[in-house]
Design a protein around this ligand. Structure first.
Ligand code: SF4
Length: 268
């Protein structure tokens, strides 16, 4: 385990009354087929520094909204599915933003690999990754990296945070020869400017280790959660992207900039 609590950007690790490492868990999904290769056990943890305008899970933003669980409790749950996951998929940790609880998440990954021999995937926007040492990622087989926008100002409008840490993390993963899937949410009027798509294609072209790019069409399934939380959902009038737009972005991102990349579009 790598203690991260000394760094002010990553909240201190939690320990329960017995001194066991614990973290705030939003939920599990035991049949997910979209968060990495095969069938995934996806653990959604609480806490996120981004406030994406389209976020489907704004109830995960606050760390303490989750249920406090020890690493042992999570492993116990995961073990129920381990034999199946060993040959059919693996563990994905998503959120929220998993790096908000880097000690907790890192320990789950380490034990899932060592004790359960599972394939592991980290779903992150990478904002806090600079605060973690390279070997924190030794137990992570695949990084699902969300790049929200390629224009720094638009990124700030969309997420409330700076773009550069996500890009720095992508470059670092490339240097580390870590496998990556890039994920990009296509939102009309917010992320579909041709210049921004070109910038993303150019950026990804310089990375090694990118196995796939997922273009995720914006939809409003999260709107009801915003309303339940009395939060102002600013994308009410934004429609999902037209198929023509999805096809165009897919085309731009699937240009043969790296023939080893398998790119696809998910319609969900
Ligand atoms: S990074 Fe993910 S969890 Fe965080 S606000 Fe954006 S969409 Fe929501």
């Amino acid at each position: 385990m790598h203690p991260t609590s000394h760094h002010p950007s990553i909240p201190p690790a939690h320990v329960n009354a017995e001194g066991q490492l614990a973290g705030f868990v939003h939920s599990f999904d035991t049949g997910a087929a979209v968060d990495g290769p095969g069938i995934r056990f996806t653990l959604f943890v609480s806490g996120c520094q981004f406030h994406c305008l389209y976020c489907h899970n704004p109830d995960t933003w606050h760390l303490h909204n989750g249920q406090l669980m020890t690493v042992d409790e999570v492993l116990k749950e995961l073990k129920k599915y381990a034999h199946f996951l060993q040959f059919s998929g693996g563990l994905t940790i998503s959120g929220g933003e998993p790096l908000m609880q880097a000690d907790f998440v890192g320990e789950i990954f380490r034990r899932a690999k060592q004790e359960l021999k599972l394939h592991t995937a980290l779903d992150t926007q990478g904002f806090l990754a600079a605060h973690l040492p390279d070997d924190w990622f030794d137990s992570v087989d695949l990084v699902l990296l969300d790049i929200k926008q390629m224009n720094p100002e638009k990124h700030k409008t969309l997420t409330g945070q700076d773009l550069q840490p996500s890009l720095d993390f992508a470059l670092r993963l490339s240097t580390m020869k870590k496998k990556m899937w890039i994920r990009y949410v296509l939102v009309p009027g917010y992320t579909d400017d041709p210049a921004d798509i070109d910038a993303l294609a150019t950026f990804v072209d310089q990375l090694s280790g990118v196995e796939r790019i997922d273009v995720l069409p914006f939809h409003k399934m999260g709107e009801s959660k915003w309303l339940e939380l009395n939060m102002d959902y600013r994308l009410s009038d934004v429609q999902p992207p037209a198929q023509q737009s999805i096809d165009w972005v897919t085309h731009k991102l699937t240009l043969p900039i790296n023939s080893s990349i398998t790119r696809c579009v998910k319609q969900s």
